[in-house]
Design a protein around this ligand. Structure first.
Ligand code: NZQ
Ligand code: ZN
Length: 388
């Protein structure tokens, strides 16, 4: 553990089949005005909306609603939410949905009482959060992002065509509580389920591929990857397998609640590339990640060979006998590629609406950071072209 750190995560988690029974006690901690934030229509179709409203009513809350949050939430929706918070003098934002609903809610919470334009304030200038921030609670319906237990918020500025994450301070923007019932994810369509699974896997790899010290976080990351591979195969065979869905849910939350990132040099370039693919094509986040991951990891493998060898051996159980490091590392990436096929995820950017004309614009606008190597615009363009 060579890098010093301070770790804090204030989110209280209620996990399991009975998790919803804690909602009333949580609501009692806040004032009467609740803003309910949700997506297009899934929570009405599953009946969760009625259950949540019944509890809110029983607790005597006055409810205003911000409905219709897009997958890949838009900046205009953040601004709509800020207006509503002020109009209704909101005491608590209750986000019911996946990462998009929760990310948008956290951004609203930190922006509503901020006098500046939030995009300029946070995403461009990275300025501090004002003293007045609205608390957020969440009921998770789609697993993957870990937004339920972190302070990140990824917003798409549709005018600028930039999709970008902002890390608010953990103490301020992490949800105060999150209700995680794996049964709520049974209704997630298969393409979203596999998108979430790959998103989790990608978070783990982004944190793993960086640094070369002996660090407990890397062992924990390997363990979470192993648990996720096992549970995903079971959930693919039977989406209503509670044990599998609960393991996926917790692997996701653990995967990006920042505990596995302590003392780690990290990468996050796959996410940077996907964000701009998403800004142009509006694809499900995890699908975009899967498409660019294989060319990206083949490209950076030589810069962090020792770590790719370890990944192949410890995560994919590649037999190293009589093989060179390059062969072992390549086999590890091949295993990842086969896993993407098992999940049934498309392999080409053209399958998610990306065109050749978009590629230079995407490559230019990608934020270049990287762990073992910082790519150039030309390298990103080559990588994107290879998976068009
Ligand atoms: O809109 P509704 O009708 O609710 O449908 C949603 C949406 O279409 C549907 N869904 C959710 N729960 C469901 C369900 N359908 C049936 N049954 C249920 N129980 O699933 C679709 C996708 O939902 P969304 O919230 O967009 O997915 P996800 O959780 O993958 O969130 C993606 C967003 O999170 C950002 C991504 O970039 C993207 O914008 N991320 C946030 C991160 C963070 N806060 O730390 C990190 C991630 O790397 C990621 O970038
Ligand atoms: Zn992600």
């Amino acid at each position: 553990m060579n890098i010093d750190f301070t770790f804090e995560n204030p989110t209280r988690i209620h996990f399991g089949r009975t998790a919803m029974t804690h909602l009333a006690d949580e609501l009692a901690l806040y004032g009467p005005n609740v803003m309910l934030v949700y997506g297009k229509n899934s929570i009405k179709q599953t009946g969760l909306y009625d259950k949540v409203m019944a509890t809110l009513n029983a607790c005597g809350k006055r409810v205003c609603e911000l409905a219709g949050i897009n997958s890949n939430p838009r900046y205009s929706q953040l601004l709509d939410g800020c207006r509503l918070v002020k109009e209704c003098n909101v005491d608590l934002i209750l986000a019911v949905g996946g990462g998009s609903v929760i990310d948008c809610s956290k951004a609203i919470a930190c922006s509503a009482w901020c006098d500046d334009d939030p995009w300029e304030h946070y995403w461009v200038k990275n300025l501090p959060v004002p003293t007045k921030v609205v608390p957020v609670g969440t009921i998770l319906t789609m697993t993957g992002t870990a937004s339920e237990m972190n302070s990140g918020s990824v917003i798409t500025n549709e005018t600028l065509k930039i999709k970008a994450g902002h890390q608010f301070p953990m103490s301020v923007a992490c949800p105060r509580f999150s209700i995680l019932n794996p049964e709520f994810t049974f209704s997630v369509p298969k393409n979203q389920m596999v998108s979430g699974i790959f998103d989790i896997f990608s978070h783990l790899m982004e944190q793993y591929f960086g640094g070369d010290d002996d660090c407990v976080s890397d062992y924990l990351l390997e363990g979470d990857m192993l648990a996720l591979i096992s549970a995903s195969r079971k959930a693919l065979a039977n989406p209503h397998d509670y044990e599998a869905r609960s393991n996926i849910m917790w692997a996701a939350t653990m995967g990006l609640n920042k505990i596995l990132a302590v003392s780690k040099v990290q990468d996050w370039e796959v996410h940077q590339i996907e964000h701009q693919v998403g800004a142009y094509c509006d694809c499900p986040h995890g699908i975009g990640l899967a498409i660019v991951s294989i060319p990206y990891y083949k490209f950076i493998m030589s810069y962090g060979l020792h770590r790719f060898v370890r990944y192949a051996k410890n995560v994919w159980r590649v037999d190293a006998t009589d093989k060179s490091d390059e062969q072992i590392a390549t086999e590890g990436i091949d295993c990842l590629s086969r896993f993407i096929d098992e999940l049934g995820i498309p392999r080409r950017l053209s399958e998610v609406g990306c065109t050749e004309e978009m590629l230079p614009l995407i490559a230019e606008s990608v934020n270049k950071i990287g762990g073992y190597h910082t790519p150039t615009t030309a390298e990103v363009l080559e990588l994107l072209s290879s998976c068009l």
